[in-house]
Design a protein around this ligand. Sequence first.
Ligand SMILES: Cc1cc2nc3c(=O)[nH]c(=O)nc-3n(C[C@H](O)[C@H](O)[C@H](O)COP(=O)(O)OP(=O)(O)OC[C@H]3O[C@@H](n4cnc5c(N)ncnc54)[C@H](O)[C@@H]3O)c2cc1C
Length: 445
Amino acid sequence: MLCSNQLSYITVTVAGVERIARSVQPRTSTVYAPRQGREGYVSDPFLVKKTLAVEELAIGIMDAVVVGAGLVGAAAALALGDAGLEVTVIEAAAPPPASDGWDSRIYAISPGSRELLHSIGAWQQLDAARIEPVLGMEVHGDRPGARIDFDALASGVPALAYITEGGALARALWRQLEASDHVKLRVGSRPQSLTIDASAATLQLDDGSVLRAPLIIGADGAESWVREAAGIDVRTRGYAQRAVVANFRTSLGHRGIARQWFRPDGVLALLPLPDGQVSMVWSAEEAHAETLTAMDAATLAQAVGAASAGSVGELEVVTPAAAFPLRLRVAASFVRPRLALVGDAAHNLHPLAGQGVNLGFRDVRTLAATLSARGPERDVGVLPLLRRYERSRREDVAAMVAATDGLQRLFSSRLPGIAALRNAGLSLADRVPGLKSLLAQQAAA
Ligand SMILES: Cc1cc2nc3c(=O)[nH]c(=O)nc-3n(C[C@H](O)[C@H](O)[C@H](O)COP(=O)(O)OP(=O)(O)OC[C@H]3O[C@@H](n4cnc5c(N)ncnc54)[C@H](O)[C@@H]3O)c2cc1C
């Protein structure tokens, strides 16, 4: 058993490999002792954590601490757990409980993300009756006739994306975290200080606990504390827009088509939901967003119906409007020694392509694959290994930033001639053989 106030060496068995790890247990009698028979833990019969006051965890027993269990952090913890790592997750607040109505936070989940979510056991827990596959997509410019269409069948994929509720997905991931043998969940605490030395990173939490692990993963969203504590710069651009979201019943239904309109005053998207409903994301200039959120239900339904040219018929509000500020934030680096950023902590995009969380899930896949493939190098926090993760992600992130930021700039430009050019570009792209399949397949990743 681990003793207090002493430095000891213990034998740890991880993934069948026995190794010696340093156990540091100073200051108080708080100890972690193993669960019996649990791989990755000290072969000692005593059970689990005795107090939350102060813990210093033996290197090799805890491989990583994930800060933030949003969709991306939760997926990261589970994927790393499946890759044989022992992970502790710190999350400020548990996801809200389920309610009867429809969630206004709706996500277009790419087929690649769905595969990841399935592999970590979350997707199969979702209610299939509340998921809508996207069979086609119409993207309209701001001149009549300027549009590009995508079709799942023609692109060789069963669906371009799957529309699902954010809350349901968060709860499914949370259940998996609670059930995992490789993940310890600490809810209600936040880190207060981060120090990194040659052998580990140490997080001091606001409840007085101290966690020490070879790797810290910052999955704490766009305002990432971890990113800031690590001194990583961030490139920022405000869009002076808010994303207004609401769900509607439609009189004509949607035929599984996601529709988007690039307008001079923003971008309007209607995503298909089950039972002929649609979920709106209207990225509108600040003042317009304020007007939209202040409208009563009937006026909002009328305004959205008119802006979408009646394509889904008459609308009736199901979930009232809520607004989210929009900003581009890209971290100058995704890694430091013993630290990696994933999800919005690394890159926070304009939602016009519905790719933010998908990009984060691709971070997770790459990080898990990189750490799994580290070979005889047992230490998951060394910089050359983490740099491999960063190099593998840079191109995808840069391409998505360029696409979303570029389109946002192009369609918000008031320069003479730009409107004709952008609309001609959209129609041209629609006719280039092979281009649309390529774009659809990239979006499906
Ligand atoms: C209107 C809108 C629509 C969108 N639609 C789509 C879409 O259709 N498809 C898509 O792919 N993306 C979409 N996105 C983007 C998507 O919402 C984000 O990319 C995604 O939620 C990021 O997830 P995350 O887990 O990285 O961060 P977050 O969701 O921000 O999670 C961060 C977590 O960390 C916790 N946390 C934060 N700080 C601390 C701390 N100090 N200590 C402990 N815990 C902490 C928080 O409580 C939270 O749980 C949309 C965005 C918007 C605004």
